[in-house]
Design a protein around this ligand. Structure first.
Ligand code: C2E
Ligand code: CA
Ligand code: CA
Length: 329
């Protein structure tokens, strides 16, 4: 079974040609071992295969997963969170914590990144890593992402400092929604802020194999004036061609490379290279996860433009925003 599945998976990875367009398709396969299928009715076996397929998708697609009974627990957990997230959208249980991004030239705050928090009733604050992947897998990320854009736009209006940006995270799934760019523009328009003040953070991996919808969204968002930042830079494999095409404002160096600055020469060499490359393309660099004065000194020496991290300030919630949110939704 696994061998057949592997042959299928590989066969589907070959590009398909439709007219002038080259399509790249990957498949996720769920398997049930024969021993586990015996004496069970076909519906149950298909249901288990379905669960295994979702696990394959959750683990990054383009892979094979064999069903195991523990997968039931994972699926149950996912369904519970999914339902709770639907309620969270209805009952306004989300908040954006803001973390300052500081200029390394003069120490001024040049932007804030909005990081989502979920005040889940009876559970306390849930961090994004515990629910964003589920929101992405279920498609709820589109509605959550729209909320984030709107809330980001409101913060732009409230912070109100000339030139200070608010930066929000945009997930891959959102960019694949053909309506995304139109929606984002509608949001800044109704909130009365300029798109140029709302930076969109996109991770590098999403740009490696962009779909037509992603490309169209990026072009439309860019034309509308939204600035882009490449998030977690260095984690994906950097496709320079894709980076150039994106026309981004900022590259955010992932904190795993910032961690060793001042102590590990390899990290310094790597960050120096990223900065040189970014500057050659006319792009500014923000270092993420800066926690010590030592790192700040190294970053200044390397010519890094700005920095973000606990050393400068943790993500923090602000008081209630002015303006009636119910009136705008
Ligand atoms: P990210 O975009 O790389 O965000 C930075 C993360 O690093 C945040 O974690 C932040 O609290 C943390 N951080 C900031 N400074 C430091 C530091 O000095 N040291 C260390 N160790 N960590 C630091 P958080 O808020 O838990 O967010 C985790 C990830 O969740 C984000 O990573 C982002 O990928 C995702 N995320 C957060 N908010 C949103 C959102 O509104 N939409 C989407 N799609 N994803 C989001
Ligand atoms: Ca980010
Ligand atoms: Ca990041």
């Amino acid at each position: 079974g696994v061998i057949v599945a592997e042959v299928l998976r590989r066969a589907m990875r070959e590009p398909f040609h439709v007219g002038h367009i080259e399509l790249h398709i990957t498949i996720s396969i769920g398997l049930v071992a024969e021993a586990q299928a015996q004496d069970r009715d076909p519906e149950t076996v298909l249901g288990d295969a379905d669960i295994a397929m979702y696990c394959a998708k959750d683990n990054g697609r383009d892979r094979i997963a064999q069903f195991s009974p523990e997968m039931h627990d994972g699926v149950r957990h996912r369904l519970v969170i999914e339902n709770a997230l639907r309620d969270a959208l209805l009952h306004e249980e989300f908040q954006l914590a803001l973390q300052p991004i500081v200029s390394l030239h003069d120490g001024s705050v040049i932007a804030h990144e909005g990081l989502i928090r979920w005040n889940r009733p009876d559970h306390g604050v849930v961090m994004p890593d515990d629910f964003i992947p589920i929101a992405e897998a279920s498609g709820l990320i589109n509605d959550i992402g729209a909320w984030v854009l709107r809330e980001g736009a409101r913060h732009v209006r409230q912070i109100g400092v000339a030139g200070a940006l608010v930066s929000v995270n945009v997930s891959a799934r959102q960019l694949r929604d053909p309506e995304m760019a139109r929606l984002a523009l509608e949001i800044v328009t109704t909130e009365g802020v300029s798109p140029t003040a709302l930076m969109l953070e996109i991770t590098e991996t999403e740009l490696v194999e962009p779909t037509v919808a992603v490309d169209e969204n990026l072009v439309a968002l860019r034309a509308a004036g939204f600035p882009f930042a490449i998030d977690d830079f260095g984690l994906g494999y950097s496709n320079l061609a894709a980076l150039r095409r994106l026309d981004m404002e900022v590259i955010k160096v992932d904190r795993t490379f910032v961690a060793g600055l001042g102590r590990k020469s390899e990290d310094e060499a790597l960050v120096a290279t990223i900065i040189a490359m970014a500057h050659a393309l006319g792009v500014r660099v923000t270092a993420e996860g800066v926690e010590s004065a030592e790192q700040v000194i190294a970053l200044r020496r390397l010519g890094c433009d700005s920095a973000q991290g606990h050393y400068f300030g943790r993500p923090a919630l602000r008081g209630p925003l002015t303006g009636n949110s119910a009136a705008n939704t």
